[in-house]
Design a binder for this molecule. Structure first.
Ligand code: HEM
Length: 428
């Protein structure tokens, strides 16, 4: 018989550390108490099941992110279900697509820097400034669709839609294809989640091949007729007189932009509204003064607490000693950004949602070092504009009648709510 979830959570607090299974779905959903315990008792903890070393303290996570020579990001095969499977049926499906290429997130400098240069222009301040009216219009259009109902499931009605529509427009696709983008994002997340069964893996392989062929055609179109979008700027960029990206390289970059850019921002937008419901004093502070400065504080504190990219992989390039633990060469590690953002040494009373913290900018939800999030500025714009429009038009946020408190989804790398049944009033 499987144990009730509450038992798993209680056990994680009391059991000897070597009995802890940090990948248990319930602990992936509610990791906070376990993380506190790991930070205090075992800042370098080897998961007995997966063998992964969990690094949980702020200073150590920052060290890992900024020392890319020791802690490599190059490990496409060991961390992606579809790249490491030996299942013949899955491999046959994958063979119908383009080869997987390690580009930004799964590459080390100098190659990683080279790939980043191809997208720098597309994510430049000038390109992003030009996107602001589109983000604001989209936020308003989404709210128009549910404002008269006085309630909505916020994650699907707004949280998912805003970043998804921005990315669909920027990847040069018509809005009518939005359901495909959602499906592909889920396939990529599934591939990363370490939770797919065989049927799930086969479906994810089919979806990823479909994604590749769809975008191979869009790349071709944008090469022939460039537009003012991220896709055109990326596939037509030529760096230092270098040749352009190949189709397989472009597909890898697009896949990273799609996955990294959707689920994360959706999660932070949604958890932000839930945090305001749970913390009426902070909500009141914001309503008294909904200035750009206060909304920017809201965004940073929501990013700190939500930390949707909760863990990122690294591989030890050499044997490393940390806190008396020997991490062997080629060991896989987790840089636990979400735990770092809750480190009491860096953020006093870390579980407190506090818009007036004096070190909000120390949060590491977007990572650090050479891999610092490519979309950080875009995501900040989406969140600042999204929350501004929401606060201008909706008020008195609360859980919808009869709805139970929202719960988190189980995923080894990403953390976010499964949904949020929201009720609100119109701002009169
Ligand atoms: C709340 C929203 C977001 C969060 C929390 C987030 C978090 C992160 C983190 C932690 C990293 C560093 C990974 C590492 O060190 O291994 C990263 C990298 C990356 N992010 Fe984001 N991200 C967000 C939004 C976006 C958006 C909107 C995009 C694109 C449209 C994006 C694209 C990327 C890419 C391509 C990388 C890899 C960069 C590289 O390795 O050079 N992210 N992100």
């Amino acid at each position: 018989m499987t144990k009730p979830d509450t038992d798993v959570l209680a056990e994680a607090l009391g059991c000897p550390l070597h009995q802890l299974n940090p990948m248990h779905p319930e602990l992936l959903k509610q990791p906070w108490n376990m993380n506190r315990r790991l930070r205090h008792e075992a800042p370098v903890f080897q998961d007995p099941v997966s063998g992964i070393f969990f690094i949980s303290r702020y200073e150590d996570v920052v060290r890992m992110a900024t020392d890319h020579t020791t802690f490599s990001s190059k490990m496409l095969n060991s961390t992606r279900a579809l790249s490491s499977t030996a299942d013949a049926e899955v491999l046959e499906i994958v063979a119908q697509g383009y080869p997987q290429v390690a580009t930004m997130l799964t590459q080390d400098p100098p190659l990683q820097r080279r790939y980043r240069k191809f997208v720098d222009k597309a994510f430049s301040p000038a390109s992003l400034k030009a996107l602001e009216p589109f983000i604001e219009n989209t936020a308003n259009e989404l709210i128009d669709q549910f404002i008269d109902d006085g309630k909505c499931e916020f994650l699907s009605a707004f949280g998912v839609q805003l970043p998804l529509r921005v990315i669909v427009s920027q990847l040069g696709a018509p809005m009518s294809d939005i359901a495909l983008f959602r499906k592909w994002t889920e396939a990529f997340i599934g591939n990363l989640s370490q939770q797919l069964d065989r049927d799930g893996l086969i479906q994810a392989a089919k979806d990823m091949v479909e994604f590749q062929h769809y975008f191979a055609a869009r790349i071709e179109e944008r090469r022939l007729e460039p537009q003012q979008d991220i896709l055109s700027k990326t596939v037509n960029a030529s760096i230092d007189g270098d040749e352009q990206l190949s189709v397989a390289e472009s597909l890898s970059m697009i896949a990273q932009i799609l996955v990294a850019g959707n689920e994360t921002t959706s999660a932070s937008l949604t958890e932000g509204i839930w945090l305001l419901i749970e913390n009426p004093d902070q909500y009141a502070l914001l309503r008294e003064n909904p200035s750009a400065e206060m909304i920017s504080r809201l965004v940073e504190e929501v990013l700190r607490i939500s930390s949707p990219s909760s863990n990122m992989f690294r591989r030890a390039n050499e044997t490393v000693e940390m806190h008396g633990v020997t991490i062997p060469k080629d060991a896989i590690l987790f840089a636990r950004f979400a735990s770092a953002n809750q480190d009491e040494k860096q953020f006093p009373e870390p579980e407190k949602f506090d818009l007036m913290r004096d070190n909000l900018k120390d949060q590491v939800a977007f990572g650090k070092g050479v891999h610092h999030c490519l979309g950080a500025a875009l995501s900040r714009r989406e969140m600042n504009i999204g929350f501004k429009v929401i606060l201008e038009r909706l008020e008195n946020f609360r859980l919808a009648e009869g709805a139970s408190s929202p719960t988190f989804a189980a995923n080894a790398l990403l953390h976010g709510l499964s949904g949020l049944d929201l009720a609100f009033d119109k701002v009169s």
